[in-house]
Each structure stands twice: as structure tokens, then as C-alpha cells.
Design a binder for this molecule. Structure first.
Ligand code: SF4
Length: 199
């Protein structure tokens, strides 16, 4: 849906694709199918509402440069609001937390968006919240937050990712029996060759 300008989203097409998604995942045959559909419709309505009256801006592809690494940063939506201000957004389901505004993903988005659009509002839209939440970093904390993101990227590149063991979470972890040092070699992410079905 976020790939289309807000005023061109067709409710009938959204409804059709929702039905296909519910059937495709088997949710449509669940005993709570009507309730699941109602929840999905609420989230869709919230997304439509969050984009109302704005103009879609094409995403140039935001990147974050850290040392020798260039990271492609995912942005779900870039919109221009009625006051002419750009809103660079990530969209998530569920409720927002303080962490969702300050974690490495949001911090990476902040620095990448600020570099490309210095005066934009950088936000995360949680579909279970009535308002979008700003991602903002106090001037005094900029250097520390930037260093923390650079540290995460460096750790990923060097494989320096020591496990954080916990008697509470480890017993429930799928990696419990194989948890340990990483095998040698380069980390390669499998990227899907094609994404279809977006509205
Ligand atoms: S078992 Fe799972 S939760 Fe525990 S340290 Fe290893 S990866 Fe982390």
C-alpha cells in the first residue's frame, strides 16, 4: 500500500488482496477468521489514515556510510505533508515502545534520513497507535548514538558477536543446542529475487 500515492489507494483492491493473503496463509479457514480479518482491517485503516492528505515522494534509496561499509537503510514511506515538510517513515505493526524509537534500526534510519533530508520529520508509524512516533536524537547525544550504530555495524562485519547468555531466555531459544562461536567465513544474506502483491 505504501508504494502507491495515498489518493490512489483503491479500497476494493486492498480488500481483495487482504482476502487473498488471509486465504494464502490459511488464516481464512481459522475458527477466528472473522476476528483476524477485523484486526487486519483496523491496521489497514490506520495506515490509510496516517497517510491522508499527503503526497507520496519516491524513495531515492537511503544509505548509511560507516567506515568502509555502506548500508542500505529500509524506508517504508516518504511523504510530503500539507505544510510542505517531508516525513520519512518506517511502518511497524503493534504498539510502539521507547525502544522502538531508540534501537539500532531506528537510529540507523535517523542518520541516513537526516543526511539526505536534513529538515525532514523522521518517524515510525505503529499501526496499533493513534499517532506516529518521532525518531529524534538530542544534540548532546548525537555523537554517542552514532558511535553505537557504528559499533554494531563493525561487530557484524568482524563477526564479533559474543552470545549474551541468560538463564531466562536461553532455554526457550531455538539456537540453544548450537549456540556458540560463529563458523569461519563471510556472512551472506539471501535476498528474495522478487516481491509481488504489494498494493
Ligand atoms: S542460546 Fe539463544 S538466547 Fe541464549 S545466548 Fe545463545 S542465541 Fe542468545
Amino acid at each position: 500500500m505504501v508504494q502507491q500515492p495515498p489518493d490512489q489507494v483503491d479500497p476494493g483492491e486492498v480488500n481483495r488482496r487482504l482476502g487473498l493473503a488471509l486465504e494464502g496463509t490459511g488464516v481464512g479457514k481459522n475458527g477466528y477468521a472473522d476476528e483476524y480479518r477485523a484486526i487486519a482491517e483496523t491496521l489497514i485503516d490506520r495506515l490509510i489514515e496516517s497517510r491522508a492528505g499527503m503526497t507520496k515522494i519516491s524513495n531515492p534509496g537511503l544509505v548509511l556510510t560507516s567506515g568502509d561499509a555502506t548500508i542500505d537503510v529500509r524506508v517504508d514511506d516518504i511523504l510530503e505533508d500539507a505544510d510542505g515538510r517531508l516525513r520519512v517513515r518506517r511502518v511497524r505493526t503493534g504498539h510502539g515502545t521507547k525502544k522502538s524509537q531508540t534501537d539500532a534500526a531506528s537510529t540507523s534510519l535517523f542518520f541516513a534520513a537526516r543526511e539526505r533530508y536534513p529538515d525532514s520529520a523522521i518517524e515510525v508509524v505503529h499501526l496499533a497507535e493513534p499517532d506516529s512516533m518521532p525518531i529524534a536524537i538530542d544534540q548532546k547525544k548525537l555523537a554517542a548514538r552514532r558511535a553505537s550504530v557504528d559499533g554494531v555495524i563493525s561487530a557484524i562485519l568482524t563477526g564479533d558477536l559474543p552470545p549474551v547468555r541468560s538463564s531466562r531466555s536461553c532455554p526457550r531459544c531455538p539456537a540453544f543446542f548450537i549456540c556458540g562461536s560463529l563458523p569461519p567465513g563471510t556472512l551472506v544474506k539471501k535476498v528474495p529475487t522478487g516481491v509481488t502483491g504489494s498494493v
